[in-house]
Design a protein around this ligand. Structure first.
Ligand SMILES: *[C@@H]1O[C@H](CO)[C@@H](O)[C@H](O)[C@H]1NC(C)=O
Length: 415
């Protein structure tokens, strides 16, 4: 048991797995219990080819006869556990029978039990075999995220650093105290959606298509204030469903500045610290709020920096965050700054997206050509970059639209 939960993890060199520490320190007896419940079913359902076997560790054989007998006595219950687990790990093999069994377990799962099953299925899904079979839903490819942030996100050294560090740190804690909540700020076209998509792509095999990733766009999902009670109900249901199915779920709220105030308040308890274990555990979820709040402040800071002849890469979070935070708090045309999410410090990081300059727009244009396997010339890149409007009027330093719709614009230069 100890070998099983400990060694493959180390062996595969995944420092970020929720894994054995939790199991061992928090509830070894309970976990052992669940574990034993699962074993015989694992062997049965997959015709002897248990998941443990695929690790080259036929643990079943090591069980004493007494244990095996005891396990047999609880077969009915364990079938349900197995159905639950296998539906989590191999959703496409989850037939109706298994799904029904798994659902019938529902709330009857002891709370801790569910938590451990989630950790276990998650943890199992990190194994290489699982990914090679195409079964792995949560991939948490930090290396891939890092490469993407370094090569495809232009002009955002602060967002790059804060996002990478916070996500990496969060995923390396087996049982975080609260969900990770990041709030992205900046003008449109600076890369907020782009980074949200990168996170989806590198944390989940199916990216934005993954059932564990939910995107909400204020004007699309919650357009009418008079229906806010219905929205609230639906949102809570969806968030709680997703978290129960995925554990590590990703929620993106685009146009967060337009979220109705009472929706924000509804979300508040989910984002807070947990002192007791609740029915649904949101602590391994990641919440992203995207808005243009604070964009002007960010631009002013960058402008004054550039005017002073200093490179933008030298701007630190300390230089920017106090101004950004202050502007968000005092914004009068939005509820976000006045919500308790902001006031009670439930946002872990305010991530500034800086305004983009001419040479950044050229890099975006280059990426757009490359991503379509097209040849480009320096001249074409300049032409694309010149199509954008630059502000402020006098300095003309920042692209007003950032890198927005660059990929459509390159169409004009195709033969
Ligand atoms: C992580 O992403 C990188 C870059 O996209 C890729 O080369 C690598 O194979 C990925 N690793 C895994 C385990 O998927």
């Amino acid at each position: 048991m100890l070998t099983l939960s400990g060694s493959p993890r180390r062996h595969l060199g995944h420092p970020d797995l929720p894994g054995h520490q939790v199991m061992l320190s928090r509830g070894p007896a309970l976990f052992l219990c669940l574990f034993l419940l699962l074993l015989p079913e694992a062997a049965g359902e997959h015709g002897g080819e248990t998941w443990w076997d695929r690790q080259g560790r036929p643990i079943v054989k090591k069980m004493g006869k007494g244990l095996t007998d005891r396990v047999k006595a609880v077969t009915t219950l364990s079938k349900k556990y197995w159905a639950y687990l296998s539906c989590q790990v191999w959703p496409q093999d989850c037939d109706e029978e298994k799904e029904a069994a798994s659902k019938s377990l529902g709330w009857t799962l002891p709370l801790l039990g569910q938590q451990y099953l989630d950790i276990l299925s998650n943890w199992y899904c990190h194994f290489k075999e699982c990914c090679d079979r195409g079964d792995c839903r949560i991939i948490n490819n930090i290396t891939g995220l890092e490469i993407d942030l370094s090569t495809r996100l232009h002009g955002q050294h602060l967002a790059h650093e804060v996002v990478l560090k916070s996500v990496k740190g969060f995923l390396s804690v087996p049982q975080p105290e609260k969900p990770l909540v990041l709030s992205f700020h900046g003008w449109s076209g600076t890369g907020k959606n782009f980074v949200a998509r990168m996170l989806a792509d590198h944390l989940y095999r199916d990216g934005l298509e993954s059932e564990c990733v939910q995107v909400f766009i204020s004007m699309l999902h919650f357009p009418h204030l008079k229906y806010v009670d219905t929205y609230k109900e639906k949102l809570m249901e969806q968030v709680s469903d997703t978290v129960q199915r995925c554990g590590q779920a990703l929620f993106v709220f685009d146009e967060a500045e337009k979220l109705p105030p009472s929706l924000l308040e509804t979300l508040k308890p989910l984002l807070d610290h947990y002192d007791t274990i609740r029915e649904v555990d949101y602590r391994r979820a990641i919440f992203l709020f995207l808005s243009n709040l604070g964009g002007n402040t960010i631009n002013e800071v960058v402008l004054s920096w550039l005017k002073a002849g200093r490179p933008r890469e030298e701007i630190t979070m300390e230089d920017l965050e106090p101004y950004l935070h202050a502007e968000i708090l005092k914004s009068t045309d939005s509820n976000f700054g006045h919500s308790r999410l902001v006031k009670e410090n439930l946002i872990d990081f305010f991530v500034p997206f800086l305004p983009l300059e001419y040479h950044h727009v050229k890099l975006c244009a280059r990426d757009a050509f490359l991503s379509r396997d097209l040849d480009y010339t320096e001249e074409a890149l300049d032409k694309v970059a010149k199509m954008m409007v630059y502000v402020p009027k006098k300095e003309k330093l920042f692209s007003a639209q950032g890198c927005k719709s660059i990929s459509q614009r390159i169409n004009l230069f195709l033969p």
